[in-house]
Write a protein that binds this ligand. Structure first.
Ligand SMILES: Nc1nc2c(ncn2[C@@H]2O[C@H](COP(=O)(O)OP(=O)(O)OP(=O)(O)O)[C@@H](O)[C@H]2O)c(=O)[nH]1
Ligand SMILES: [Zn+2]
Length: 377
């Protein structure tokens, strides 16, 4: 195992771990404030606050962003120039104590040693964590990247069919890591111009499901963008959403993540063929890389990232993040009601009175009862 893999062992405390320890009462109190917690302005505030706590840059020091970490080399971008950096001795000592000392996406201070090299002396506090379950080692999680602003949850229509019941898993994983979820519905061209093997009735069903989904999720403060890589529909809007941000694309196989990434990176690689496979094959490790996009901003293109944290969600987290259920929960007969089988459940009552959308309840009950499939990746 390469030495630097140790950096990716995830040992940071999610902000949500504190929440897990909090009593049920405290949790329900905090729930009422939850809606605002993940709003853009609040996250920006957090970033500013974290930044203001950092020490001032010394003379001959630069501030930059870690783009990639390979063997003993850390590539840092500062003012549009890249520097190959090492860790200063003092940080190396800390490295043995704190495993995730440096990660892709970190903001660092480094001393310029030559026109293209430097020594990192300080790592700024992180605003978000992108981790995934580590199947290979006994240690539980791998840290893939930090300070990622937003997660694009990519779904498609028709091929593969739209699967609204999967979306909340991604939403919760994003929010747990303190990243903004944004839902992308790709391949909408197929709704107007379906290939011959798709029956008109299937297309109608997809349209109905999509309309239902938009209605059910309209009030959740999560942007939904319908687009098509094939026709270019709304791709400019997507690029605008990515400006000045670090973004990651997640979603099931075949929904069009690579096609979208290629488009925003402004590269023209054939998708789903040998070129694409070779490109993926070249990522022999699970390490992420920040790739500068057209304009200003970054995206991450790492195969392993598509399933980050989505099978690592507890029932407490599920109810915590279903904020549209919170106004009713206190009226359930049992304080620990799971809203699945219990009598006198206020959530089921709200569902019958159409105060909760059936799709939201279906998503909730699927999450609460489903085991992760073994062949997820
Ligand atoms: N009709 C249509 N096809 C698309 C669109 N976007 C992508 N595709 C096709 O969908 C297939 C899968 O696209 P990819 O970009 O490889 O999907 P992916 O999500 O990266 O898949 P994995 O690499 O398996 O995770 C390819 O054949 C694309 O050409 C679209 O907007 N419309
Ligand atoms: Zn209940």
């Amino acid at each position: 195992m390469p030495k630097f893999d140790d950096f990716l062992d995830y040992e940071e405390n999610y902000f949500s771990q504190g929440q897990k320890r909090a009593s049920r009462k405290e949790r329900s109190l905090s729930r009422s404030k939850d809606r605002s917690k993940y709003k853009k302005s609040d996250q920006d505030k957090l970033k500013k606050q974290l930044q203001s706590e950092e020490p001032p840059l010394g003379a001959n020091f630069l501030r930059g962003r870690v783009l990639s970490i390979n063997s003993e080399m850390i590539t840092v971008l500062s003012n549009h120039e890249t520097f190959i950096c090492t860790l200063k001795g003092v940080l190396k000592k800390e490295r043995t104590r704190q495993k995730n000392l440096i990660a892709v996406g970190d903001w660092v201070h480094f001393e310029k040693k030559s026109i293209d090299s430097g020594a990192i002396s300080h790592i700024e506090k992180r605003s978000s964590f992108l981790a995934r379950a580590d199947n290979l080692s006994r240690r539980k999680k791998q840290l893939l990247a930090v300070n990622i602003d937003q997660v694009f949850i990519v779904m498609s229509v028709c091929t593969p069919p739209f699967k609204p019941l999967l979306i909340d898993r991604y939403i919760i994983a994003a929010k747990k890591g303190n990243m903004h979820p944004i839902i992308l519905i790709n391949k909408v061209d197929l709704l107007d111009d379906p290939p011959p093997h798709i029956q008109p009735s299937e297309v109608e069903e997809e349209k109905r499901l999509l309309a239902d989904f938009e209605k059910a999720y309209a009030d959740l403060d999560i942007p939904i963008l319908k687009l098509s890589v094939s026709t270019g529909h709304n791709l400019e809007k997507l690029k605008a959403l990515m400006q000045n941000k670090a973004s990651v694309f997640s979603g099931q196989s075949g929904v069009g993540k690579s096609s979208l990434i290629n488009d925003v990176l402004g590269i023209d690689l054939a998708i789903g063929d040998v070129v694409q496979k070779t490109r993926k094959g070249s990522h022999t490790t699970t390490m992420a890389e920040l790739l500068p996009i057209e304009g200003d901003g970054f995206c991450i293109d790492t195969p392993g990232i598509k399933s980050f944290g989505v099978w690592d969600i507890t029932p407490e987290e599920i109810s915590h993040f279903f904020s549209d259920f919170h106004p009713f929960e206190s009226q359930c007969k049992f304080p620990n009601c799971t809203h699945l089988h219990e009598p006198d459940c206020a959530i089921k009552a709200a569902l019958e009175e159409e105060k909760i959308h059936p799709l939201r309840y279906a998503s909730y009950s699927t999450l609460m009862s489903e085991e992760p499939p073994k062949d997820w990746e």
